[in-house]
Design a protein around this ligand. Sequence first.
Ligand code: ZN
Length: 166
Amino acid sequence: MADPDPFVDVLAANAEYAAGYDLGGLEAKAAKGVGVLICMDSRIDPLHMLGFGPGDAKILRNAGARVTDDVLRTLILARYLLGVERVMVVQHTRCRMAGGGEDDVHEAIKDAGGPDTRSLSFLTTTDQEAAVRLDVQRVRSSPYLADTTVGGFILDIDSGRLRRVC
Ligand SMILES: [Zn+2]
């Protein structure tokens, strides 16, 4: 007998979700004009933490909420085609990407039975505030994103509170 589909649980949950689905009429544009870059950390609920729901904001996620070329590419599309006028860069406390250096992460992956990843950069930081400021500056200095309002924040993962950094 073939192995069960490893996605059987999520497909079953989706069938229930689809049965009650009523978001088909939403616009693709971000209704609140906000784009949020935030960490992939599964403890974070980016819409609810800002008082938003589906349709309100564009959410971009990666490890550590770092501004990469792909984030800039996505923000340019969001800015001109999808209604985004304000961008929030949100890193968070107790983030794995802010807990140590690159070597720590390479070592942890190896210890977990993974491959040698030393040819990759994971964009870790040991100074999270400086990283937020740098990433906000990266967005602001993109010639394609001039006149976009950008703010930098750190989310306290224990209290749920946002602190404005810049
Ligand atoms: Zn994180």
